[in-house]
Design a protein around this ligand. Structure first.
Ligand SMILES: *[C@@H]1O[C@H](CO)[C@@H](O)[C@H](O)[C@H]1NC(C)=O
Ligand SMILES: *[C@@H]1O[C@H](CO)[C@@H](O)[C@H](O)[C@H]1NC(C)=O
Ligand SMILES: *[C@@H]1O[C@H](CO)[C@@H](O)[C@H](O)[C@H]1NC(C)=O
Ligand SMILES: *[C@@H]1O[C@H](CO)[C@@H](O)[C@H](O)[C@H]1NC(C)=O
Length: 173
């Protein structure tokens, strides 16, 4: 009886840890021309999106449809103001689902293809390293040099989960 309730408690803990695993996703802006990289990404509530201005200045501005270069009509639409080269803009996802369409409202950047979208609550969050390199592999990076940013956070959470499962098995056995 005691063992079973302990295990239930541990399972609940696991679920809590799973929910708390927010990640930071880096989008490189104007690295290889006027575009966002990755252009489209998936995220979940609590994740932060970091737009890193590689070249030039940019404005991250929400729109109301894919590829649109018109400001969103929503009251609290995402709008960064001008972000200078070398600086970054960070936004935390507060919604459980839906899409955020956005574009660069600086000069005519959007007409040249600088727009993107964020799909929320549709699956695992896009994984990037600190430099914004997209990596679709869910396996941990090898080599300590690549253990940074979201990858390191993911490994930390996995380690906690493994420990919790191990304790659970010990208690049951
Ligand atoms: C991003 O999504 C749009 C549709 O909303 C699509 O036209 C575009 O090709 C996608 N970009 C990439 C790089 O997959
Ligand atoms: C759209 O938003 C940008 C950035 O906040 C602003 O500079 C621009 O004036 C807005 N455009 C319109 C038509 O309201
Ligand atoms: C990751 O997936 C996206 C979308 O499917 C794709 O455009 C991109 O090239 C992939 N990146 C890597 C490093 O495989
Ligand atoms: C992506 O992750 C895999 C597995 O950790 C790693 O072997 C690979 O080198 C990574 N690729 C990139 C482009 O970072």
């Amino acid at each position: 009886m005691f063992m079973q309730s302990s295990f239930t408690l541990l399972l609940s803990l696991l679920v809590l840890i799973g929910c708390a695993s927010a990640v930071e996703i880096t989008v490189k802006v104007d690295e290889l021309g006027l575009q966002f990289n990755p252009q489209n990404l998936t995220a979940n509530k609590g994740d932060t999106i970091k737009w890193a201005m590689v070249h030039g200045k940019h404005i991250i501005q929400q729109s109301d449809s894919a590829g649109s270069c018109s400001n969103s009509t929503q009251a609290n639409a995402l709008s960064s103001g001008i972000i200078e080269e070398g600086s970054q803009y960070i936004y935390t996802i507060t919604q459980d689902s839906g899409k955020i369409y956005y574009f660069c409202a600086y000069s005519s950047h959007c007409l040249l293809g600088e727009f993107g979208e964020i799909s929320i609550g549709v699956g695992p969050s896009t994984v990037t390293d600190d430099a914004g390199t997209t990596n679709n592999s869910s396996a941990p990076h090898s080599g300590s040099d690549s253990l940074k940013g979201t990858a390191k956070a993911g490994i930390g959470i996995s380690a906690v989960m493994a420990t919790v499962i191990a304790i659970g098995i010990l208690l049951i056995g």
